[in-house]
Design a protein around this ligand. Structure first.
Ligand code: NAP
Length: 254
């Protein structure tokens, strides 16, 4: 009988795999036997993660520098994965960020384009390119990482919340479009104590203690169960789902 959540023989591409949630997911996938592509803007950081995956889990790991908000970079990234492995089974579009801005009227066109590009445009392009390859090789799993901001938007991160809500819509649409072969799902994280949280003012940390029913932010390893499930064949009948991992914070499932 096959092992639960086994990923051996599969190739997984993780954007933003160099740190935070992406790194935790990359290590878990490697532990379960997948070969990896680790992509982010900084090649050195990706190369160092790839080296640690090869050393710790004896899997193959390819580092690629790419900017998630650039259409052509998405094509280049999928091309690099295909050149290296000849197949792609799992895509986790995890790279994302919400730059700070002083007020809603102060949001510039440049900031808007940057945030929508990184959090929505890039994941769309990657999803479609990856799905086309997956269809040819018999199927795959695509996971888009959103945020509770998608269902509980606030004024301090509104363009980001809009982009993440768009990711839910996009995932549902693509789950229909590629339903026969490729599964599309969303992981919707709440507050996680990654590098992002270092920029949060003290009030945000205090707010998390009172607003999150579990009274704390998540540890990166706490995203791993959902990511392993959705990537593996154990989720063979799960597509178009939003799994929230937020300590009970958001009221709406997505
Ligand atoms: N942490 C939270 O509380 C939280 C809550 C809700 C949702 N999320 C979502 O979860 C995902 C991961 O967040 P995290 O907390 O793990 O973030 P993180 O620790 O800041 O890591 C972000 C990762 O994305 C990469 N990245 C950033 N901008 C990029 C770009 N333009 N192109 C390519 N790669 C880029 C970074 O590497 P480089 O710097 O090398 O590019 C890094 O690997 C994001 O989509 C975020 O929106 C996080």
């Amino acid at each position: 009988m096959s092992k639960r959540f086994d990923l051996s023989g599969k190739v997984a591409l993780i954007t933003g795999g160099s740190r935070g949630l992406g790194l935790a997911i990359a290590r878990a996938y490697a532990e379960h036997g997948a070969d990896l592509v680790i992509a982010s803007r900084k090649l050195d950081a990706c190369a160092s993660v790839a080296e640690s995956l090869r050393r710790d889990f004896k899997v193959r790991a390819l580092p690629v520098a790419f900017h998630a908000g650039r259409w052509d970079d998405c094509e280049r990234l999928i091309g690099a994965a295909m050149n290296e492995y000849g197949r792609l089974d799992i895509l986790v579009s995890n790279a994302g960020a919400s730059p700070l801005y002083p007020s809603l009227p102060a949001i510039s066109e440049e900031l808007w384009d940057k945030v929508l590009g990184l959090n929505l445009k890039g994941p769309f392009r990657l999803s479609v390119l990856a799905a086309e390859q997956m269809v040819k090789s018999g199927g795959g799993s695509i996971i888009n990482v959103s945020s509770v901001a998608a269902v509980q938007p606030t004024s301090i991160e509104l363009p980001y919340a809009i982009a993440k809500a768009g990711l839910h819509n996009m995932t549902a649409g693509l789950a229909h479009a590629y339903g026969g072969k490729v599964r599309f799902n969303v992981i919707m994280p709440g507050a996680f104590l990654t590098d992002i949280s270092k920029a949060w003012p003290a009030e945000v940390h205090e707010h998390i203690k009172s607003a999150v029913p579990m009274g704390r932010g998540g540890k990166p390893e706490e995203i791993v169960g959902a990511a392993l499930y959705l990537a593996s064949d154990d989720a063979s009948y799960t597509s178009g789902a939003v799994i929230k991992v937020d300590g009970g914070w958001a009221y709406q499932p997505g």
